[in-house]
Design a protein around this ligand. Structure first.
Ligand code: GDP
Length: 181
């Protein structure tokens, strides 16, 4: 079968939802876990659209909640594929909230979900490649490729078998820890 390529636009997903009192935490803002579950859903929708398969979440690259989201605000999520491997896809998601009356917008977080496509037997399925058109699409692809390389290098550096804590004696001193033994 000839290798297939698809544009990023074909699988873009947008979601807007009004934040209701039932979504609130004990401080009266939106519960972070609720936002995470919406992000997981939009990542699934985007990856499934690109791959035409059911997808599972493999990892999430940092979710830093930069601004609290208030009840009554309109939450908007924009998702698009940043990168594809053989059967994996990285979906970038930008989360913003908007005050309905003033129209003021806040950037709440930007996160990157790695999703894996599965076939009907539960095996990893090959996904279409990407057609990169805009400068932003090319920037996001390369940025993601570098992030994945850096993650691989970090995992290697701190592998359970190679780690020697004696090398970090000085470094530990700057942290809020006591080293026993
Ligand atoms: P960036 O990743 O460096 O571009 O950081 P941003 O905070 O601008 O966006 C985070 C991610 O959200 C991007 O990587 C995109 O995947 C997604 N995104 C941002 N803006 C849009 C948009 O206008 N439409 C769609 N579909 N996705 C967007």
């Amino acid at each position: 079968m000839e290798k297939q390529f698809k544009t990023i636009q074909e699988s873009e997903v947008l979601l807007s939802e009004l934040m209701l009192p039932s979504n609130s935490n004990f401080r009266g803002n939106v519960h972070g876990g609720y936002v995470l579950s919406l992000m997981d859903k939009i990542a699934f929708a985007c990856a499934s659209k690109h791959s035409k398969q059911y997808c599972v979440t493999a990892s999430v690259d940092t979710v830093d909640f930069m601004n609290p989201i208030g009840i009554g605000e309109l939450l908007t999520m924009k998702a698009s594929i940043n990168y594809v491997g053989k059967s994996s896809m990285v979906v970038g998601i930008r989360v913003e909230s908007e005050n309905i009356r003033t129209g003021e917008k806040k950037h709440c977080n930007s996160s990157y979900f790695t999703m894996v496509a599965k076939d009907e037997n539960g095996n990893s399925a090959i996904v279409p490649g990407l057609i990169l058109i805009t400068e932003n699409e090319k920037r996001r692809f390369i940025k993601c490729a570098h992030r994945l390389e850096a993650k691989k290098a970090k995992t290697k550096q701190f592998s359970k078998t190679d780690f020697d804590s004696a090398k970090y004696t000085e470094e530990f001193k700057q942290y809020n820890v006591q080293i026993l033994a």
